[in-house]
Ligand binder design. Structure first.
Ligand code: MRU
Length: 359
């Protein structure tokens, strides 16, 4: 797809002493605020508070966050051993921000490998340049992945399809276009007449606040529904395909994604509707076989009891707030990656696709 995206989730301007900014997603859809992040603590906070969110975007933000962490060492002309340690500490610290999306750890491992592979850099500036180059590479690679996923994913939709999606998987959650949303945006861009149903995605409303906003930016015909309406909308025959993103996919294809995804997959199976997952290979964790081993983030009770700005439950009630659930591979029709489509979903095919060498 060639149309330039109308917004960027993360930007870096200048050299290693330059400025990192994120589009503050907690402000959407009301305000479009690019927030500068001037310290590694601010980057960590932005990830925890979901100012920057979505598996690939978290990885990209963390990679730039390591460069932000190094800026004082560069300004103070710190010894290289000291600067390297600062960068390593930043990797460890940023890895504590959110536990489920494996892209965070994947990106930080790349940054760590860069540090370890260059023990004899001449200065903190040189280390900063190397790490900024790696962060930019991670960012650029994600752009290419989004385009490829969009092209493969769009082929799954026929003319007139109703397509249901959950949470937000667009340019806000990635470098640009997204994963599941890239498939939708690409299908729309090539003229396929599809209609999207977006689950609002309680408790934090990524579907209502972010997906609907992104679909409007691209002019994709779309309807917002409450999460509890998805099964009924399927029953009414309005949905011909479901497509969602992922935060971590295991070797056998079990997929962690935003809470509520599993229920959508169960309903889709009941109604004989194909259920697709779209994710780059950086979202796969082949060290885990079964989805039960994926760490699931537990978030604050207030997101449920007063997440909409006013109290919606009595004080002191017990709350359970897992941010993600796991959809077992047997409910997934196919997984769309930047290297092709995994179908049917099983361990051999997942490994073959993820371990496939790229030219
Ligand atoms: O808690 P969030 O908003 O970061 O959760 C995001 C999701 O679950 C997305 O579906 C997933 O990260 C894929 S983004 C391309």
């Amino acid at each position: 797809m060639s149309q330039a995206p109308p917004y960027a989730s993360i930007t870096w301007s200048g050299d290693s002493l330059g400025e990192m900014r994120v589009l503050d997603q907690t402000e959407l859809p009301l305000n479009l605020v690019m927030r500068p992040l001037g310290s590694v603590q601010e980057v960590h906070e932005a990830i925890v508070a979901l100012r920057v969110r979505g598996a690939p975007a978290i990885g990209i933000a963390a990679a730039y966050g390591v460069v932000v962490a190094l800026q004082d060492s560069i300004r103070n002309r710190a010894a290289t051993a000291v600067a390297s340690q600062v960068a390593r500490n930043a990797c460890d610290y940023l890895a504590t921000s959110r536990p489920t999306a494996v892209n965070l750890f994947w990106a930080l491992d790349r940054m760590r490998r860069k540090i370890d592979a260059n023990p004899s850099v001449a200065s903190a500036v040189e280390l900063g340049n190397l790490l900024l180059r790696e962060a930019r590479l991670i960012h650029d690679e994600d752009r290419s992945m989004c385009h490829a996923i969009g092209d493969y994913g769009a082929s799954l939709f026929d003319e007139g399809f109703g397509v249901l999606t959950h949470c937000n998987t667009g340019g806000l959650a990635t470098s640009e276009y997204g994963t599941a949303l890239a498939a939708i945006i690409t299908a729309h861009a090539v003229g396929k007449k599809i209609h999207v149903f977006a689950d609002e995605t309680r408790p934090l409303l990524q579907g209502a606040r972010l997906t609907m906003w992104e679909l409007q930016q691209y002019g994709v015909p779309s309807t917002l529904i409450c999460d509890s309406m998805a099964a009924q909308v399927m029953r009414e025959g309005k949905i011909q395909a479901v497509i969602v993103g992922a935060d971590r996919i295991t070797a056998r294809g079990d997929t962690a994604n935003k809470i509520g995804t599993y229920g959508v997959a169960v309903a889709a199976r009941h109604h004989n509707i194909p259920f697709y997952v779209a994710a780059p290979t950086s979202t796969f964790d082949l060290s885990i076989i079964g989805g039960d081993s994926i760490p699931i983030e537990q978030r604050k009770p207030e997101e449920i009891t007063q997440g909409l700005g006013r109290r919606t439950a009595p004080p002191d009630c017990m709350v359970y707030n897992p941010a993600f659930d796991v959809t077992p591979a047997e409910l997934i029709t196919a997984i769309v990656t930047e290297r092709g489509i995994i179908h049917p979903v099983d361990e051999d095919r997942v490994r073959a696709m993820v371990e496939k060498r790229t030219a």
